[in-house]
Ligand binder design. Structure first.
Ligand code: FA5
Ligand code: MG
Length: 381
């Protein structure tokens, strides 16, 4: 009998964990806690903030470009390394390809780390206006705005020479201007007035590339990346003479701002006090925290070794404490005369749903210390 969580249904296809992961395969770094998230598809729930946000963005494109944008929200998150990286020109030595940053099911298959993994195939199949929404997976640090599984929406629009020939711009300039206009329009549709700014950036798949930031909780929060698609991607997909823009936005980040959701873990809550607040399935609701429970801090110091990474530490902590861990922060870092480096991390434990007892936290922290020592080969101080 296959355990329930190991069987998932995506796009009408049933996938058993055993079909994709071999027992003790060293080329697989997907823990059970992450595998269990596959197929949950929070973005397809009508009464979930992510589902509501997806629909609100759909509305914007439907009103402004009637009948133009095709929507995909059920593409399988298990993709090839080629789809996730090669097809969008991510260089062979780029950090995002490392086992430290990406979940590999095996050496040629990953849990997509962005919805851009579907671009090339959709270009190849002739699509010209599309939105792709899906769950994406990344090994990452732990705090209130980062989670190893989150949701993105990719938007792509293709232009042909007749679109820009009447303007005084070339295809790239024309697409870049249209992109910024369209996304500013989207931000206005979602937020009304909000402080935002464009930041120049780099992506392997776009040039020029930009990030849009929104002012949230006193800080600038990056909500999306975008740019004009590299010609090489279009050419490899058999499309010539065209120009395209693309964006990839983080649904949680936008939803946190829109609904006043203070912590990214809440999206996964099945607590009725969370879920019931979105039962109308509409925008305009502000989340009312049921209560803010007290945090509990535990510090842990150890001598690191060469292979130590913060992502590996975070995965161990998350594997033991699950959503009871709110943040993992490096608070001290020094190297002694012998060249040994010590790190001190502060782990913040807090439940979104209840008060935690001292015994419970001490027990978790003890397990964390043991696992960190055994699995990361560090020396606790
Ligand atoms: C990308 O993933 C690009 N594929 C976006 C893109 C698409 C650029 C098309 C150009 C053209 P980035 O890694 O910056 O870019 O992620 C995009 C957004 O996802 C971020 O702006 C942020 O809103 C969100 N995001 C990134 N990491 C996390 C995380 N750990 N938790 C929650 N949201 C995240
Ligand atoms: Mg980014």
């Amino acid at each position: 009998v296959v355990p329930l969580a190991a069987l998932l249904q995506i796009g009408g296809v049933q996938i058993a964990k055993d079909d994709v992961v071999k027992e003790n395969d060293p080329t697989n770094n997907v823990p059970d806690s992450i595998f269990a998230k596959l197929g949950m598809q929070l973005h397809r729930r009508e009464n979930h903030p992510l589902g509501i946000l997806k629909k609100t963005i759909y509305d914007y494109f439907d009103v402004n470009f009637p009948g133009k944008f095709e929507k995909f929200d059920d593409l399988c998150p298990i993709v090839t390394v080629k789809q996730n990286f090669d097809d969008v020109l991510v260089p062979p030595d780029h950090v995002s390809r490392s086992y430290n940053d990406t979940y590999y099911v095996n050496s040629d298959t990953v849990l997509r780390c962005h919805t851009s993994a579907h671009q090339a195939e959709l270009f190849r199949n002739g699509h010209t206006h599309f939105l792709v929404t899906g769950d994406v997976y990344r090994r990452d640090s732990i705090d209130g705005t980062h989670y190893p599984v989150f949701h993105q929406m990719e938007g792509v629009r293709v232009f042909s020479p007749e679109d820009w020939s009447g303007s005084d711009m070339d295809g790239t300039e024309y697409a870049a201007a249209d992109l910024k206009r369209s996304l500013e329009g989207l931000a206005k549709h979602l937020f009304g007035a909000v402080e935002m700014r464009w930041v120049d950036t780099y992506f392997p798949f776009t040039n020029p590339s930009y990030e849009l930031e929104i002012f949230f909780q006193g800080k600038w929060l990056e909500v999306l990346g975008c740019g004009v698609t590299e010609q090489a991607i279009l050419h490899a997909s058999g499309r010539t003479d065209i120009v395209a823009w693309a964006f990839g936005l983080g649904l949680e980040r936008l939803a946190m701002v829109l609904f006043d959701i203070p912590d990214i873990r809440l999206f996964w809550s099945s607590d009725e006090r969370f879920t019931s607040q979105f039962s109308e399935g509409k925008l305009g609701v502000k989340f009312k925290p049921f209560s803010k429970f007290p945090p509990c801090y535990k510090d842990m110091s150890f001598w690191i070794n060469d292979g130590f990474t913060e992502n590996n530490l975070c995965e161990i902590v998350r594997g033991i404490a699950g959503d009871l861990v709110e943040e993992v922060t490096l608070i001290d870092n020094f190297t002694n005369k012998k060249g040994m480096t010590s790190h001190c991390y502060r782990i913040t434990y807090r439940s979104m749903e209840r008060s935690l007892t001292d015994d419970e936290i001490n027990e978790l922290q003890e397990q964390v210390r043991e696992a960190v020592q055994n699995k990361l080969n560090v020396v606790l101080r």
